[in-house]
Design a protein around this ligand. Structure first.
Ligand SMILES: Nc1ncnc2c1ncn2[C@@H]1O[C@H](COP(=O)(O)OP(=O)(O)OP(=O)(O)O)[C@@H](O)[C@H]1O
Ligand SMILES: [Mg+2]
Length: 197
């Protein structure tokens, strides 16, 4: 077993074609809150992995007590590392937009849409990291989800930001009501990118 990543939230181990995501104690959080939060996010991540219809790692098992999730290892590239130099970025952006539409149609809000939480494998996008996901049918929540992705792309991929987000947004097929809400969310501009909590 090897450590794949010591993330902001969890330690990720790889064991053959399995990934183990273990949410570990955060020393700076008050014990009780820390435990509740880790339990809640573990449960939520497993539930969403089970329900969601977009490409994602298959859930193998969940251990709520020890806050461990076992899932399929996606043997691809983290989108963040290759996005700027992708030859078929337009095609990939269309796939991203369509899949976000798909998850929002299921009333699942990812909660942390960034290129660090997407893996590209065989020209397909796999979504990961559902610990901050929630269920909602509100346009507001969907608009904020996309707005956070826009901010993340602007911050990490500023050279290709404009055309990339445009493609994603177009492929999402926003209707008039969504566009209006999206503009409203943007003009408020009070949403912060999550890092760590
Ligand atoms: N199923 C998987 N297959 C392949 N790699 C994975 C998988 N799950 C996680 N990873 C790798 O581990 C990293 C961290 O996983 P994840 O995003 O779920 O945890 P995190 O604690 O939120 O980390 P971070 O705060 O760095 O995003 C991912 O960016 C990815 O590189
Ligand atoms: Mg992550």
């Amino acid at each position: 077993m090897e450590i794949l990543q010591q993330g902001a939230e969890a330690v990720i181990y790889k064991d053959k074609n399995k990934v183990i995501k273990h949410r570990i104690k955060k020393e700076y959080r008050i014990n009780e809150i820390d435990e509740k939060l880790r339990k809640f996010r573990t449960k939520r991540e497993a539930k969403v992995l089970e329900k969601i219809d977009v490409k994602k790692p298959k859930l193998i098992s969940v251990d709520n007590k020890n806050m461990k999730i076992e899932m399929e290892f996606i043997n691809g590239d983290l989108l963040k590392d290759i996005f700027d130099k992708l030859k078929n970025r337009k095609e990939i952006c269309i796939k991203i937009g369509k899949q976000i539409r798909q998850m929002h149609n299921q009333n699942i809000i990812h909660g942390d849409l960034t290129t660090s939480n997407m893996i590209l494998k065989n020209d397909e996008i796999y979504f990961i990291d559902f610990g901050l996901s929630f269920f909602s049918d509100k346009i507001e929540d969907k608009a904020v989800d996309l707005h956070l992705l826009k901010q993340a792309i602007r911050a990490k991929h500023y050279k290709v930001f404009y055309e990339s987000f445009e493609e994603i947004f177009r492929a999402y097929h926003p209707d008039k009501e969504f566009m209006k809400r999206f503009e409203k969310v943007e003009s408020r501009g009070r949403y912060k990118l999550r890092k760590g909590f």
